[in-house]
Each structure stands twice: as structure tokens, then as C-alpha cells.
Write a protein of this length. Structure first.
Length: 310
């Protein structure tokens, strides 16, 4: 059964709810696997959605996220602040506090945040901030404000997560390369997979990672990038095949700076809602060896989010 929206909020028309019956993955995840990109939405009755939001989602609670974690065989989560909550991080922090230490967080903050608030979030498990440059999802934030925030969080050894679309990388290049922290790019910079891997667009992203060793990438969200879509119903065709060459290239060239995540509950998808079990089964297609799987799923996220356990 899909999750309703609660409280006084009405879902955006056409909103696709997350898939409530994910398959059990055929691929057995290595012990200690981290889902390094997922979200919680509300519930709206407890954690209201932001007035300035661009969409109203269905609810997707911490308990439902943790149930998915256990079903897939994941050990830990990195919960990224959802844009529908703006800079009100209470739902995300609440999930961290109820995770028994098995979750870390990435927050959205404003210039006005006090050091005491940053410290409180750090104590709860937050380890980074997210800067969103996708114009259809957020309003513009001045880059000088973002640079100031990036400078302040360095005291806590936090990193910056950036979300943008590939066509915008040239105009954002100077800003990204000026960031003083580790920088994690969401979803390989959202390449247009209709273009070749060796084409100008994706080559620029690879150049960013090649020339700036503080830049990491999530090889997540094939369901967002794919033109071919999920497999045929008989399951004989691997899901999202047109994304495989892009993710393979990133993982093979930068095996120590890649992360994977489900992106549950998959906000703002328009055509289909993915089966999270298939997203797990996608992993061996892009990380074909045990060593690469271990780096992608365990070693890299642990080094970034749980360094004290390394």
C-alpha cells in the first residue's frame, strides 16, 4: 500500500508514490553496505513541509526507510535533506537520532545558522551540507553565501554535496573548484545518456574529478538518467542499461571516490517508480568485481561518514 500524505498537505498532482513492494535483490550486498543517498519526507503531520517548496510529496517516514534498509540487506544510511523541507532539518535529524548510530545526515543550512546549531546537528550525525543548483527544485542562493557556509563547516570536517544538471557545469565550474571541502556530486552530475561517454558533456565532468581530487561522485539514480528505462517484465534485460557505461567509467577511473545510494523515496519522477530491489541488482553491472563493490558500498562511505570506525 502506498503512503498517503498526512496533515494539511495535498500531494502535487501526478506525484508518483514510492514502490511499496520491492523485490528481494538477487545480488547479495557485502556486509556493512551503506545506502549513501536517501531521504525522509515528513510525515507532514509531524514535520511540516516548507512554505517555499516546489513540490508536495507523499510521506516517507524514517520507519519506512529503515524497513527498506533491512529488506534490501543494507547496514547503514546517509539521509540527505529533501528540498521539500527547505532548511528545516528536523525530519532528517529525527531519523538520525532514531537510527541507533546507523545513519548519517546531509543538511541544508542558511547563512544565519549559529555555530551551536551546527554543533547540535553534528552531534546527531550530520556530516555535510547540500547545495542544490537544479533551478526547477530550488530558488537561487548567492554563491558568496554558499562559499561562506562551506568555509564555516570545515571546522567540523563536513563536506559539501552538490546537485546540478550536466548542461550547467560550465557556468558552475569556477564555484565548484573553489569549494574548500570534500565535494560529493549527486548522480554523476546528471549526464544526458543519449550522448556518448566520450562526448564533450561527460568528458567535462570526468575532467572535474580528474583535476580535483577532493571531488567524489555518487553513481546513483539510473532511473533518473535512463532513456531505456527499467527491464522487460520477464527480467531478462538488466535495468537501465544505457546508464551502465557512464557509471562504469566513473567507478573504474575513480574507485576510491565513488558512492552508491537508492535515492528512496525517489522524488519527482514522472514516468515510473523504480523497484529498489532492481536498483540493488544494478550494482554488479557497474561494479563488476568484489573489490570494486567493497569500495563503492562499504569502504568509501565509511571513510567519509564514519571515519572514527576506520
Amino acid at each position: 500500500m502506498n503512503a498517503p500524505t498526512t496533515g494539511d498537505f495535498v500531494k502535487t498532482a501526478g506525484w508518483l508514490d514510492w514502490f511499496s513492494g520491492p523485490s528481494k535483490p538477487q545480488f547479495k550486498l557485502p556486509p556493512g553496505t551503506v545506502d549513501a543517498h536517501c531521504h525522509v519526507f515528513g510525515p507532514g503531520s509531524h514535520f511540516p513541509y516548507a512554505p517555499e517548496r516546489k513540490y508536495t510529496p507523499c510521506d516517507a517516514s524514517k520507519d519506512q526507510l529503515f524497513a527498506l534498509r533491512d529488506h534490501l540487506g543494507v547496514s547503514r544510511n546517509v539521509i540527505v535533506q529533501a528540498t521539500c523541507h527547505g532548511a528545516d532539518n528536523r525530519a532528517m535529524v529525527d531519523a538520525l537520532l532514531h537510527s541507533s548510530g546507523r545513519a548519517r545526515g546531509v543538511a541544508t543550512v542558511r547563512r544565519s545558522i549559529a555555530d551551536s546549531e551546527i554543533q547540535a546537528m553534528h552531534d546527531a550525525g550530520v556530516r555535510g551540507v547540500r547545495f542544490n543548483f537544479v533551478k526547477r527544485l530550488v530558488d537561487f542562493t548567492p554563491k558568496d553565501e554558499l562559499l561562506e557556509i562551506a568555509g564555516r563547516i570545515a571546522k567540523w570536517n563536513w563536506h559539501v554535496v552538490i546537485y546540478f544538471e550536466a548542461v550547467d557545469l560550465p557556468e558552475l565550474w569556477d564555484f565548484f573548484t573553489a569549494l574548500p571541502t570534500t565535494v560529493v556530486v549527486d548522480h554523476m552530475g546528471r549526464p544526458d545518456v543519449r550522448q556518448p561517454v566520450e562526448g564533450a558533456q561527460f568528458s567535462l565532468f570526468l575532467k572535474l574529478m580528474r583535476e580535483h581530487t577532493n571531488v567524489w561522485s555518487k553513481v546513483s539514480c539510473p532511473e533518473r538518467l535512463s532513456v531505456l528505462g527499467p527491464p522487460a517484465l520477464n527480467g531478462e534485460i538488466c535495468a537501465y542499461q544505457d546508464v551502465v557505461p557512464f557509471a562504469l567509467r566513473v567507478i573504474n577511473e575513480f574507485p576510491d571516490r565513488v558512492l552508491w545510494g537508492t535515492d528512496w523515496p525517489h522524488p519527482n519522477l514522472k514516468d515510473h517508480m523504480p523497484d529498489d530491489g532492481l536498483l540493488v541488482d544494478f550494482i554488479p553491472q557497474i561494479a563488476p568485481t568484489v573489490e570494486l563493490q567493497r569500495k563503492l558500498l562499504v569502504d568509501n562511505p565509511m571513510r567519509l561518514y564514519w571515519p572514527e570506525e576506520q
